[in-house]
Ligand binder design. Structure first.
Ligand code: VGL
Ligand code: ZN
Length: 197
């Protein structure tokens, strides 16, 4: 009997505004781009979220303006192979301080999308470790998905010393498994055909 293992890659908010030079930049956000491009080949179902804010939002009481809908800052970086994305989730689309988690996307219900595709394992990466990646990982676990975080494909705002590492500690405590892109290399991640007797 052939059985399919259903896994998906979820890339959180790898957008110009979160990369160096962007409006809410991480010091080294661009470092995740080649790593993500590499791991794309290990997955047959690739989901990307984007922070997609309206011009007027109370979200900007907390943060500098960033990722305004249809602006350059909200685009995926040119070097990221976004042509391989199967689904794009928009989040933070309203005038409320929401959308830290990809499970709060407003154009597609992520939980339903995953259920309908029989996906039980989620591999999460992207920006930023302390906010949207953390929030997405916690929701993924709450919703019952086996959750992996690809650490070398995650970067942070690194506002205070320790913030970045603390985010991973919190993810791990909640039940996530922290891996690196090297762990994926040989076979995992792909929708695999495995033989069962
Ligand atoms: C994010 C702060 C504000 C993120 C988004 O993607 O982590 N952080 N909006
Ligand atoms: Zn935002």
């Amino acid at each position: 009997m052939i059985r399919h293992l259903h896994k998906a890659l979820l890339i959180v908010d790898v957008q110009n505004d979160f990369c160096p030079g962007g409006a809410l930049s991480t010091p080294q956000g661009n470092k995740v781009i080649p790593v993500i491009n590499k791991v794309l080949d290990n997955f047959t179902f690739i989901i990307a979220s984007r922070d997609w804010h309206p011009r007027v939002s109370v979200h900007f009481n907390k943060w500098p303006e960033h990722c305004l809908q249809k602006t350059k800052g909200a685009e995926f970086p040119k070097k990221l192979n976004s042509n391989k994305f199967d689904v794009i989730l928009n989040k933070g689309t309203r005038n409320i301080d929401d959308g830290y988690s990809a499970f709060e996307a407003t154009n597609i219900n992520l939980k339903d999308l995953l259920k309908h595709n029989n996906i039980s394992e989620l591999y999460i990466c992207g920006l930023t470790a302390e906010y949207c990646v953390l929030s997405t990982v916690l929701d993924s676990i709450k919703n019952g998905f086996t959750t992996y975080v690809i650490k070398d494909a995650v970067e942070g705002i690194r506002q205070n010393k320790g913030d970045f590492e603390d985010a991973f500690t919190e993810m791990e405590k909640a039940g996530a498994t922290i891996i690196t892109s090297e762990d994926l290399k040989p076979t995992s991640g792909i929708t695999q055909n495995i033989s069962l007797n």
